[in-house]
Write a protein that binds this ligand. Structure first.
Ligand code: URA
Length: 267
C-alpha cells in the first residue's frame, strides 16, 4: 500500500464519499448524516481548511438551483454527463468513449442510428466513419449541414466487433435517446435502419415495410407526437450500393423536406 495513504486519509476519503452520496439523495445508506465527531457539525467544516467533496457538491447543487431554467443545450449536456457515468450494461467496460450524440438542440430533424462503430468509439462522436461520411452527404444533399440537425444513436457505447445490439443493451440504453428527443422536440425523426425504427416504434416490422409513410412517435406517453420516417441505414447503402437503394433513401429525405416546407435542392 502507498505509505502516503494514512488511516486518517482513508477515513476522510470514505467519509467525503458517503457525505457526497447523502447530499445527492442516496437513500440506501443506513443513516442520514455522518456526525460522530462532536466538533464537526457541518460537512463544510474541515479542520484542514480544504473544501470537502461533499461541500463542493453542495455548493454546486446550490449554484445550479439558483440558475434560471436550463436551456435545451444545458439539459442535453447534463444528460451526456449521465451517459458518461452509466454502467447499466457491460458495454461501458469495453468502450473507449461513449457517444451521446451531437448537433443543434433546437433541430427540426433528428437522425437516429443504431450504435457507435470503431471511429465513433475512438472520437466520441456519432457517424464519423464511412457510414458517417455517407450520412453527411445525405444531409448535404438535403441542403442542410450536420450542425443544423441532431444526430444520435439507440446505443451510446460501441458493441464489440460492431455486433447487433442485444435486446438487453437496447433496454438498458434507449431511454437516453427518448430523453434526448423529449428535450429537443424535433418535428421529424429519421430512423436509420431497422434497429432505430423498430426500437422507436416498438415493433418488429421490417424496414422495407416501415418506409414510405410517416409514423407517430412519442418520447414519453405524455409527449406530443413527433413524425417519424424510417429509411435504410447508410451502412446498408454502403453494402448494397444500388441505384434503387440510393433512390429510396433520397425519396424518403424528399418526403421529410416536403413535410417541413423546406426546399428540395436540385441535383
Ligand atoms: N452506425 C451507427 O448506427 N451509428 C454511428 O454513429 C455510426 C455508425
Amino acid at each position: 500500500m502507498d505509505p502516503e495513504i494514512t488511516r486518517e486519509k482513508l477515513i476522510r476519503a470514505v467519509r467525503d464519499q458517503i457525505e457526497c452520496e447523502l447530499l445527492l439523495g442516496a437513500s440506501w445508506l443506513p443513516f442520514e448524516r455522518i456526525n460522530n465527531n462532536p466538533n464537526r457539525t457541518d460537512p463544510d467544516d474541515n479542520p484542514t481548511g480544504q473544501m470537502t467533496m461533499a461541500a463542493r457538491a453542495k455548493k454546486q447543487v446550490n449554484e445550479m438551483d439558483k440558475r434560471p431554467m436550463d436551456s435545451k443545450q444545458e439539459k442535453l449536456d447534463q444528460l451526456a454527463r449521465v451517459v458518461a457515468a452509466c454502467c447499466e450494461c457491460p458495454l461501458h467496460k469495453s468502450r473507449l468513449n461513449c457517444v451521446p450524440g451531437e448537433g443543434d438542440p433546437n433541430a427540426r430533424i433528428v437522425f437516429v442510428g443504431e450504435a457507435p462503430g470503431q471511429s465513433e468509439d475512438e472520437q466520441g462522436r456519432p457517424f464519423v466513419g464511412r457510414s458517417g461520411d455517407l450520412l453527411t452527404n445525405i444531409i448535404g444533399a438535403m441542403g442542410l449541414s450536420r450542425q443544423a440537425v441532431f444526430i444520435g444513436n439507440i446505443l451510446k457505447c460501441r458493441p464489440p466487433n460492431n455486433a447487433n445490439p442485444t435486446p438487453e443493451q437496447v433496454a438498458a440504453c434507449s431511454h437516453f435517446l427518448h430523453e434526448q428527443l423529449a428535450i429537443i422536440q424535433p418535428e421529424v425523426v429519421v430512423a436509420l435502419g431497422a434497429c432505430a425504427a423498430q426500437t422507436l416504434l416498438k415493433c418488429k416490422t421490417p424496414i422495407g415495410r416501415l418506409r414510405g409513410e410517416f409514423h407517430e412517435y412519442r418520447p414519453t406517453p405524455d409527449s406530443a407526437p413527433i413524425k417519424l420516417v424510417a429509411t435504410y441505414h447508410p451502412s446498408y447503402l454502403l453494402r448494397n450500393y444500388t441505384p434503387d437503394a440510393r433512390l429510396s433513401v433520397w425519396k424518403d429525405m424528399q418526403d421529410v423536406l416536403k413535410e417541413l416546407g423546406m426546399p428540395i435542392p436540385k441535383k
